[in-house]
Write a protein that binds this ligand. Structure first.
Ligand SMILES: NC(=O)C[C@H](N)C(=O)O
Length: 524
């Protein structure tokens, strides 16, 4: 029988429709893969019982002819989405043990369409980071990290304290252990989502992207990740980081899967005042492969100093691929790009400082007592938040404070408008924009942690579209000379995810990226 964990979601749907296997079988295979992938630390909470119960319901629905668009597909959920009755931590100590009494709209939509929940996956604390290193639950290890599978003879090792008699009757059994030579980050903040999908333990995962959190990890682990237009997916029930930027989106192994899952996740939701009441197109139908005559903008300002030659080369390769498919590259200018990072790292912390004020020890999760109410607040927040979150709360509080508001926050909002106008102008000349997703391949766990600015630079190509609220996708485009994946990013006009996905499909075909991460190749 085929290895069910290697199928794409659309292949699995076809297999289940033909009766080749059931959702329960598909889910069991993934539950085993989740267990085998524990060395990656991708999951904060595994929910195998829930998964199998949902899978049987999906099989029953299929038998009755009531299969939804995601029927029976086992997926992972970033631990930033509230899941009713299941711990939702946001990767933070302050929310440890918090079981929401309600379900986020995005996950509710996925369950409505028959998807199966394998568990909740790790992330940077409150989605603040580009490495998954800021999680209270420890870093996630990328399945691309080099290492070897070691067979250890457990029986023989235990021999030390077994009597000779027991040792004689006991059969030594081999234990498989993965030994890392170097541990790499999966990117972030949706690092657990990225690792789980790349490691073939989840067929897909939900992610969220505030300044690149879906696209950068997708690039680091060689998968597809789309951040839809701001307002396309409901933010209701997603733990808020920066409300004017946060967007949910799918992380998958193919563009077709991304189109399928996005269709299920999005849609108007009256519970989110920024949700846009607009029909959801059939995203899969847009994947025609026909991009003849389409104008692809190449922003000259994205040639940043110090960008490795390899990334530049891959970008050129991407242009050639689209050209041979009949698209027309045009040079465009996004003149305010150089202010995007600084703008983002004022706006996002400002909103975070306000959003995170609610964690006071009274309403959710952790409470650390003190001699009075004020001391209880201080103790709870001092113990509950990690370093990066505290840094952002402090920056945010500073830029919003009297005397600095005009100089920082207001100015940043004005620059944000300029950045959005740059894109408006550019889209008069082109239909989509092609750029690299990230300025490097994955780095080692521990690197850049003492240099926040170096960490923030990861977002240099992703934040401009976030500030402008535009859709963007990262597609795996190849391997760099260090053997690690690199992605290319396609940005589109507001609510034109269909074209973004169509172009992504063409890139996907041209790149034909199908290398398995070493961790998966060793698992067999
Ligand atoms: N949340 C995100 O989109 C990630 C971004 N690197 C940040 O730390 O804000």
């Amino acid at each position: 029988m085929t290895d069910l964990t290697k199928l794409s979601m659309t292949e699995a749907l076809a297999g289940m429709a033909k009766g080749e296997f059931t959702s329960v079988e598909l889910t069991e295979a993934h539950v085993r893969a989740v267990e085998a992938s524990r060395p990656l630390n991708a999951f904060i909470t595994e929910t195998p019982d829930q998964a199998l119960a949902m899978a049987s319901r999906a099989d029953a629905a299929r038998a009755k002819g009531e299969a939804g668009s995601m029927n029976g597909l086992p997926i992972a959920v970033k631990d930033l989405f509230c899941t009713a009755g299941f711990q939702t931590t946001a990767g933070s100590h302050i929310l440890e043990g918090f079981k929401p009494p309600y379900e986020s709209t995005v996950t509710a939509n996925l369950w409505r369409d028959g998807a199966v929940m394998l568990g909740k996956v790790n992330l940077d604390e409150f989605a603040m980071g580009s490495s998954n290193m800021t999680s209270h639950f420890g870093p996630v290890v990328s399945p691309w990290s080099p290492g070897t599978l070691v067979q250890r003879d457990a029986g023989a090792e235990e021999g030390g304290f077994l009597s000779e008699l027991t040792a004689a009757v006991r059969q030594p059994h081999p234990v498989q252990e993965w030994q890392w030579t170097r541990k790499l980050v999966p990117g972030g903040s949706s690092g657990g989502s990225a690792a789980a999908v790349a490691a073939r333990c989840a067929m897909a995962a939900t992610g969220t992207d505030t300044g690149g959190s879906i696209r950068q990890p997708a690039s680091f682990v060689g998968i597809v990740g789309i951040k839809p237009t701001y307002g396309r997916c409901s933010r209701w029930g997603i733990v808020a980081f920066a409300s004017s930027l946060d967007q949910a989106g799918p992380m998958t192994r193919t563009v077709d899967d991304a189109a399928l899952m996005l269709g299920s996740m999005c849609g108007f939701d009256p519970k989110d005042s920024t949700s846009v009441d607009m029909a959801v197109p059939d995203f899969r139908a847009a994947l025609t492969g026909d991009i003849r005559g389409l104008k692809v903008g190449i922003p000259k300002e994205y040639r940043v100093d110090g960008m490795p030659a390899e990334i530049e080369k891959l970008w050129r390769q991407g242009i050639d691929w689209l050209k041979s498919a009949g698209a027309e590259p045009v040079e465009i200018s996004l003149p305010h790009t150089k202010y995007a990072l600084a703008t983002y790292y004022i706006v996002a912390p400002a909103e975070c400082s306000s959003n995170l004020a609610r964690y006071d020890g009274v309403r959710f999760g952790l409470r650390v007592e003190g001699k009075d109410l004020k001391e209880m607040y201080e103790n709870t927040r001092a113990e509950g938040f990690g370093e990066e979150v505290k840094r952002r709360i402090m920056i945010g509080t500073y830029v919003l404070s009297a005397g600095y508001y005009d100089a920082y926050y207001l100015k940043a909002q004005q620059v944000r408008t300029r950045i959005a106008q740059d894109f408006e102008e550019a889209y008069k000349l082109c239909d989509v924009i092609l750029t690299p997703t990230a300025p490097s391949t994955a780095f080692a766990i521990g690197e850049k942690m003492d240099d926040p600015i170096a960490m923030y630079l990861n977002d240099v190509f992703t934040v401009p579209a976030s500030l402008a609220g535009l859709p963007g996708i990262s597609v795996p485009a190849g391997l760099a000379s260090d053997g690690l994946p690199l992605g290319l990013q396609i940005l589109g006009r507001p609510f034109d995810e269909a074209t973004v996905l169509k172009v992504a499909g063409v890139l996907e075909q041209a790149a034909d990226f199908n290398t398995l991460p070493p961790f998966v190749a060793a698992r067999g």
